[in-house]
Ligand binder design. Structure first.
Ligand SMILES: *Cc1c(COP(=O)(O)O)cnc(C)c1O
Length: 470
């Protein structure tokens, strides 16, 4: 009797990325030889590879479109630019020129906004780690302080006491919307009673004054109704707070609007998975107008509406050019390429299946290809499977959108961080961050005196113990 050999069961993921709800997506690979009219090859020649390329025109068009979507419903809308999304000085300056305030979450970001010329009154200061020196400065400069927790509230109260004044504070809140995964670690929780306890405490203090309410319900929120629910909750609480005659200057609904990027695990392509911007503006503003109508009934004006969109503003305004440095075949026979940029420069590859376009026309049939980054680290994969024609060493690939959370989260790990350029005017290009080199990376290091000249000058492999002939 013959026996069959037992094979262990295997679970392999289905590759659905070439399917959409209408069946197979059109075959063929998009190429991209230019960015805003400037040749990819010319950019690499001048600035090297890898290279982040920012489009000023796209960035300005994005912020105008988003602002307009809100302004169509309500005029007193303020956009706070989320620095952590992309805090390159040129990017921030463009947005400030367009009228955006700064939304910062650390001492570094606060100092950067001030250094770029943003006045304190136009800085929204969020984040769980605001220590005394920077809080003192922010309070003195009139920044909008968004309180994260009770110890911070106590510290602000102490500073207010020392200054013999009432410090205006905005409370960050978190609560369930019913339409999005609740983020409960930032701010005061509403359901538990922590939020009302904080409100009570502010009202009772001689050194605090309530200025506004804030929430940031999460990021890449795909259901506009989540915002409608959040705004309704904020407005109801504002009304409750104002029952004693106090007045809030603004309500801040945070960021989190999605960009047109391809989240991993989402079946539909981004154009279909992501609702239109107008749907968000409509959901937010109609809930706001209804929720603040009591002010009008009382013969007063509505508070200002602040929003802090990050990724929706910048994501598609930046691309990453990367080059093929070598080719491989995976153990199971699929084509693979090694690129000069990986997770070090494209952190969001952990969440997104970024679209990848070769800069030059295809040389053959597209196949599912693996794209590895340059790091000696197993997880450094840019795409696990992307339809690409056969690649050759030196081929350029354009990866976009990458504008949100990549330059700011890029790490100097193993490789130098790449340069960032801005395309502006009529195909003019400016360097807005130089590529790192040995000097830049090592500048903060200090070598103790007893280690100076510690490396023997003459040692060679042949002299090492165990070398041949030893
Ligand atoms: C990160 C952040 C934002 C921006 O979020 P996006 O999802 O990029 O729009 C806004 N507000 C706060 C408090 C944040 O932490």
């Amino acid at each position: 009797m013959s026996t069959l050999t037992w094979e262990s069961p295997r679970i392999a993921p289905l590759v659905l990325q070439s399917l959409n709800r209408f069946g197979w997506r059109r075959v063929g690979v998009d190429t991209q030889s230019e960015i805003d009219g400037v040749a990819v090859e010319a950019l690499v020649e001048r600035y090297g590879s890898p290279l982040y390329v920012t489009s000023e025109q796209r960035l300005r068009a994005n912020i105008r479109r988003i602002r307009q979507a809100f302004a169509a419903h309500y005029p007193k809308v303020i956009h706070g630019w989320s620095y952590k999304t992309n805090y390159n000085g040129a990017v921030c300056s463009i947005l400030h020129q367009e009228g955006s305030w700064a939304e910062v979450v650390s001492r570094f970001e606060y100092e950067k906004a001030r250094a770029l010329g943003v006045p304190g009154e136009h800085i929204v200061f969020n984040g769980p780690n605001k220590q005394r020196p920077i809080l003192e400065r922010a309070i003195a400069e009139g920044a909008l302080i968004h309180v994260d927790h009770a110890d911070e509230l106590e510290l602000i109260e102490t500073i207010g006491g020392e200054r013999h004044e009432r410090v205006p504070v905005t409370l960050r809140l978190n609560f369930k919307t019913g339409y999005s995964e609740p983020w409960s670690r930032f701010g005061f929780n509403l359901e538990s009673g922590a939020a009302r306890a904080a409100i009570k405490r502010v009202k009772a203090s001689r050194h605090l004054r309530i200025n506004g309410l804030h929430c940031h319900i999460g990021t890449f929120i795909l259901d506009p109704r989540a915002y409608g629910a959040a705004v309704t909750t904020l407005c109801a609480l504002a009304r409750e707070i104002e029952a004693d005659g106090s007045r809030l200057r603004y309500l801040d609904i945070g960021g989190g609007l999605p960009s047109n990027n391809a989240l991993q695990g989402i079946y539909l392509p981004p154009e279909q998975a992501t609702p239109e911007l107008d749907e968000y503006a409509e959901a937010i503003c109609s809930a706001f107008l209804a929720g603040t109508a009591y002010r009008i009934e009382q013969g007063e004006q509505r508070p200002a509406l602040v929003f802090e969109s990050g990724r929706a503003v910048i994501d598609d305004a930046q691309s990453l050019i990367t080059s093929v440095v070598g080719r491989k075949e995976t153990a199971d026979g699929r084509p693979a390429a090694i690129l000069d940029a990986g997770l070090n420069a494209l952190f969001t590859a952990l969440w997104y299946d970024h679209p990848v376009r070769p800069a030059s026309p295809a040389r053959g049939e597209a196949r599912d290809t693996v794209l590895y980054g340059p790091l000696c680290m197993n997880i450094d994969v840019v795409r696990r499977a992307v339809q690409l024609p056969p690649l050759a060493v030196g081929d350029r690939l354009v990866i976009a959108p990458v504008g949100a959370y990549n330059t700011t989260q890029s790490m100097q790990f193993i490789e130098y961080r790449p340069a960032v350029v801005l395309i502006h005017g009529d195909r003019e290009v400016s360097l807005i961050r130089a590529a790192e080199d040995l000097e830049v990376v090592c500048a903060p290091e200090r070598l103790p005196a007893h280690l100076a000249h510690a490396v023997p000058a003459t040692a060679a492999l042949a002299d090492a113990p165990g070398a041949a002939g030893d």
